[in-house]
Design a protein around this ligand. Structure first.
Ligand code: ZN
Length: 110
């Protein structure tokens, strides 16, 4: 028996359209955005900006900054606890002070 073998087709690029303006999007350009109803829709950068009031880069920057602040704060708290236990309460207090400073500073940067 002869088996028919079809040549392997290159995987089709998924074509996406913006749910708001209908613009064709490359996969890397497509943004998943939750609308007011909580439904996910695929939109373009322009519509994202329109919907959220910030452009996507700013949004990502803010999100990244918030994440970094969180990590820095957690790290400082951990160091503070360690200092408190290992070195004494004076270091613990200093650690809390530094943690608050870092937190305030990164909140201001945003
Ligand atoms: Zn759009």
């Amino acid at each position: 028996m002869e088996e028919k073998k079809e040549p392997v087709k290159p995987t089709k690029k998924i074509k996406l359209n913006c749910a708001k303006c209908g613009k064709k999007l490359e996969q890397k350009e497509a943004l998943i955005h939750k609308n007011i109803d909580g439904k996910q829709e695929i939109i373009c950068h322009d519509c994202f900006k329109e919907a959220t009031g910030v452009d996507y880069k700013t949004f990502m920057y803010r999100r990244e900054a918030a994440k970094q602040t969180l990590f820095a704060t957690i790290f400082c708290i951990a160091v503070t606890i360690y200092a408190f236990v290992a070195e004494g309460w004076e270091y613990g207090v200093a650690g809390i002070f530094i943690t608050i400073l870092i937190f305030l500073f990164s909140a201001k940067v945003k």
